[in-house]
Design a protein around this ligand. Structure first.
Ligand code: 3HC
Length: 292
């Protein structure tokens, strides 16, 4: 069929990043939120990211303006009636995602592909909320979406082959590298990554080493771009908690994925990482850590 027009549902960290990826690559995007206030926050996420690129000399002002002009901000899923492809990036709650997919199924044209950016939930369970599970697929971007090259494409037992082909062509158009996997908890990257991140939180909890030393060990000793605690702050501690909890329950209660109690306490206390200004580190507006 080919994908020419796209929609994004949910404009938090990941959704706004995905909108930016589409618009940077010349696609017109309908960007949807549930309220005017949420839409304003989503617009601010996008303009914040593109303004940073302009300030760094990476994006010309007129290119920024052209990019933003390709984005049609709308409240409500009804705005997605004409798009060829929709990707949902709302919080990791199965009932919420199923509700959204049931509504997308109702409003989107019959041939539209419905994708979820879920990081750990079952794409199959999301797909059965629709009457077109063969046109539902997982398309998992990584944070920050405009930078990270990988997209995981999750094919359920009923996803149609032509849907996979269209999504692979879309990934290529976005300059991303895609890998295809079956619908298993955590797919490839999170299945490997989150046991390690959880272990790092347990080390902090046990006062095994300081957060700075744990991060320095992995950055300077293992060549990773960020240490695990700084990465948790980037991902968002609430998101990380939801992913671990889901993987623990879906993945046979592997204790590597049982969320460290400290993680739950930090989330309850509102320490969510960069997005709330404090997680394992404290952040200034620009996102650079201030050690307190
Ligand atoms: N949005 C857009 N662009 C961003 C960005 C953001 N949030 N953060 C950084 N960038 C861009 C910068 O503008 C810069 O672009 P340029 O090279 O064109 O100038 C480039 O990324 C590098 O940024 P910086 O020089 O400021 O900083 P670093 O070199 O330290 O890189 C990083 C920052 C890209 C975040 C790097 O530290 C990194 O790769 N970290 C690991 C990230 C990672 O592992 N992500 C996966 C998380 S797991 C996941 O997402 C799964 C999900 O399900 C939870």
């Amino acid at each position: 069929m080919g994908i020419n027009t796209v929609g994004v549902v949910g404009l938090g960290t990941m959704g706004a990043g995905i909108v930016e990826v589409f618009a940077r690559n010349g696609l017109d995007v309908v960007a949807v939120e549930i309220s005017d206030a949420a839409l304003d926050r989503g617009r601010a996420n996008l303009t914040g990211s593109t303004d940073r690129a302009v300030a760094k000399g990476k994006l010309a002002l007129e290119d920024r303006d052209a990019l933003l002009a390709r984005v049609d901000f709308q409240v409500g899923l009804g705005a997605l009636a004409d798009v060829d492809f929709v990707i949902e990036a709302v919080p990791e709650h199965l009932d919420l995602k199923q509700k959204i997919f049931a509504e997308l199924d109702r409003v989107c044209k019959a041939e539209a592909i419905l994708a979820t950016n879920t990081s750990s939930l079952s794409v199959t369970e999301i797909s059965v909320a629709t009457h077109r599970p063969n046109r539902v697929i997982g398309v998992h971007f990584f944070n920050p979406a405009p930078v990270m090259k990988l997209v995981e494409v999750i094919k359920t037992v009923v996803t149609a082959d032509e849907v996979v082909t269209d999504v692979e062509a879309l990934c290529a158009r976005l300059g991303k590298v895609d890998v295809t996997i079956a619908d298993r908890a955590g797919f490839i990257a999170n299945a490997l990554l989150f046991g390690y991140l959880n272990h790092a939180v347990a080390m902090v909890e046990a006062r095994y080493a300081t957060r700075e030393d744990i991060d320095a060990a992995m950055r300077l000793g293992c060549g990773l771009p960020m240490g695990p605690l700084a990465l948790m702050d980037l991902i968002g501690l609430d998101t990380a908690y939801e992913i671990l909890d889901t993987m623990y329950r879906r993945g046979g209660r592997d204790r590597r994925h049982a969320p460290a109690p400290l993680l739950k306490q930090m989330v309850t206390a509102g320490l969510l990482g960069r997005k709330s200004g404090r997680g394992f580190y404290t952040y200034e507006k620009a996102g650079s850590p201030v050690v307190v």
